[in-house]
Design a protein around this ligand. Sequence first.
Ligand SMILES: Nc1ncnc2c1ncn2[C@@H]1O[C@H](COP(=O)(O)OP(=O)(O)OP(=O)(O)O)[C@@H](O)[C@H]1O
Length: 228
Amino acid sequence: MKAALEVQDVTVRFGGVTALDRLTLRHDRGGIVGLIGANGAGKTTLINVLSGTIRPERGRALLDGRELTTLPPHRIARAGLARTFQNLQLFGSLSVLDNVLVVDRDAAPLLDEVGLSDDLEKKPGELAYGRQRRLELARALALRPRVILLDEPLAGLAGSESDELLELFGRVRDRGVTVLLVEHDVPSVLRISDRVLVLDQGALLADGTPGEITADPAVHEAYLGQRR
Ligand SMILES: Nc1ncnc2c1ncn2[C@@H]1O[C@H](COP(=O)(O)OP(=O)(O)OP(=O)(O)O)[C@@H](O)[C@H]1O
C-alpha cells in the first residue's frame, strides 16, 4: 500500500542555514502524528514543504504516492492535504459560515461538529481565540482532506480551550483523517499522538510511540531535558 505521507531525502536551505537536512520519513495511514523539536528544528519548514509553499532544493514529498513537490499549494489542498496556520488566516470581513462556505457548500454540519453552530453569523473577530482556531479547523476539514497539517494549534490557548481542541483532533482522527500535529506543548502532543517524530537540526532524532519517545535518552539529551 502507498504511504499516506512520504518525505524522501528532502533538503531545504535558507542562505547558510540548513532547515531540513536530507530528511526521510514515511507514515502509512491514519492516527495522530506529533512532530516536536526545539525552536529552529525545521518543523514549520517541513509543513511548508508538504503544503507547497516551499520547494525543497533536493528530494520530494508524496501524498498517497502522488508527488506534491511539483504542485502549487491550491492543487495540493485539492489533492487531499489541508493545513492550518500558526497565525490564523481567516477572512475577517466574512461571517463564520461564509468562511467555510467558500470552501464547501456543506459548511453547517462541519461548523456544528466543531461546536460553532451558535456563531454562524458572527465575524471571526467576535469569537474568542480558541473558537477562531475551531473555525480554522472547520475550514480545513471542508476540503475533505485525507491528511491535515496543524501548525501550532494550541499556541495562546488556555488549558481548558486546549483540552477541548485536543478532543476535537481525536474526533478528526477517528474519521480516518491522518493528522500531523506540530506543537510546542510537548505534554499535549505526547498525550494525544499515536506516533511522535522528533526533529533536531533538520533531521529525525527519534520516531516512536509517546512512551518510546519519553524513554529515549537521546531525546532527553538533545531536547526534552532542556525545554524552556
Ligand atoms: N524564510 C526563512 N528565511 C531564513 N531562514 C529561515 C526561514 N524560515 C526558516 N528559517 C530557518 O530555518 C530553520 C528552521 O526553521 P523552522 O521555522 O522550520 O523551525 P521550527 O522547528 O518550526 O521552529 P519554531 O519551533 O521556532 O517555529 C531555522 O534556523 C530558521 O531560522
